[in-house]
Design a protein around this ligand. Structure first.
Ligand code: PLP
Length: 374
């Protein structure tokens, strides 16, 4: 059999080792050094210019924002059930009540009607997850008049009506985990769109101290001013991230090409056999983060994944319904609460999508999919 095609591979621009060595040669290995500043500026430019604080993961960026916005036991936060565990966990850690809403069947993004049905006087925030980097209906979510937070783990370089994803929420998060378009192994960022929050965000990220003000010469010593934690990545990781960001034009172009080939070359087959392709709403520019499709039954998906595995192709399912997880049940989740999520979790699959897939590998994936009859 030909070599197997893994589901994911981090892309190397060729500069990661060069910049990491530069970081290691210098003496600033801790956080907030020259590479942190360089990477933060690049991320900030990509999300519309707001201040960006690098973190050790998107999970930690979410935890930092939940601390920053002061969530507590009196608050309810609406999150999609179809997301990664970190989205609700950050708020649950602060004692807030997590309320799971369903997603739209075409985009797998929060369904505004499901959100509307879950709003109570205690709702403090709605968390928009742009699934696969395709924008949520941000206008409909904003119209509720409740602060929107963006978990933009998938959507760096995505846009909604010409504005970058990550620039809409009061705050937004990003992930640089090695499955993401831009990666440094483990990493993330907090985008502080509401600038009034910036100083406190800096403090909470730096163990609750005013060290950032001290380093800028604004105070003559630094001390403990709030209860925070440590969310800074080392400057060595920021060097890897800088290389990735500086090479983003090429890696993004390569990813877009793979996505477009799947979308175009599988379209006739998909409509003939009744497989759903992703829907791109008007105004949504996506960053080719993932290529998902949906068959109709769990049995079809099992056969499909086995079919691809037998041909050495790593395809994957995705999120399981969080309202039916052990913790979700404790928050009152019940079967039938989020029917679209429940079915999508059992019928969705993702094809390999990364910058280094060769034309021949994409040919092989497409040929293998076309051979399958659900
Ligand atoms: C929507 C979403 N939010 C948050 C995360 C957590 O990201 P990280 O692994 O950087 O903590 C993920 C992980 O893939 C995710 O898919």
């Amino acid at each position: 059999m030909a070599d197997s095609i893994p589901f994911n591979r981090p892309h190397r621009t060729g500069r990661e080792a060069v910049l990491a060595t530069e970081a290691l040669t210098g003496d600033h290995w801790r956080g907030d050094g020259p590479f942190t500043r360089r990477a933060s500026a690049l991320v900030s430019a990509a999300v519309g210019g707001a201040p960006v604080l690098l973190t050790t993961s998107c999970t930690h960026a979410l935890e930092l924002l939940a601390l920053l916005l002061g969530f507590g036991p009196d608050d309810e936060v609406i999150v999609p059930s179809f997301t990664f565990v970190s989205t609700p966990a950050a708020f649950a850690l602060r004692g807030a009540r997590v309320v799971f809403a369903d997603v739209d069947p075409l985009t797998l993004n929060l369904d505004p009607a499901s959100v509307a049905a879950r709003i109570t006087p205690r709702t403090r925030a709605i968390v928009a997850v742009h699934y696969a980097g395709v924008a949520c209906d941000l206008d409909a979510l904003a119209a509720f008049g409740i602060p929107v937070i963006e978990d933009n783990a998938h959507g760096l370089f995505g846009q909604w009506r010409g504005r970058p994803l990550g620039s809409f929420g009061q705050v937004a998060t990003l992930s640089f985990h090695d499955t993401k378009n831009i990666a440094c192994g483990e990493g993330g960022a907090l985008v502080v769109n509401d600038r009034a929050l910036l100083e406190r965000a800096e403090i909470l990220r730096e163990k609750g101290t005013n060290r950032a003000r001290f380093l800028r010469g604004q105070v003559d010593k630094y001390t403990w001013v709030a209860v925070g934690s440590s969310y800074l990545p080392s400057d060595i990781l920021a060097a890897v991230l800088t290389a990735q960001l500086e090479g983003a034009a090429a890696s993004q172009a390569a990813r877009q090409q793979v996505w477009r080939r799947y979308h175009d070359e599988l379209a006739t087959w998909a409509s003939r056999v009744g497989v759903q392709q992703p829907h791109l709403p008007d105004g949504a520019e996506h960053p080719a983060h993932m290529y998902w499709m949906r068959v109709r039954t769990p049995g079809q998906r099992e056969r499909f994944l086995a079919h691809l595995a037998a041909r050495g192709i790593g395809a994957a399912f995705h999120y399981q319904p969080l309202h039916l997880s052990e913790v979700g049940l404790r928050f009152g989740g019940a079967l039938g609460d989020c029917p679209v999520t429940e079915l999508a979790a059992d019928t969705l699959f993702r094809l390999p999508l990364y910058a280094d897939l060769t034309e021949a590998q994409v040919d092989r994936v497409i040929a293998a999919v076309l051979e399958f009859t659900p």
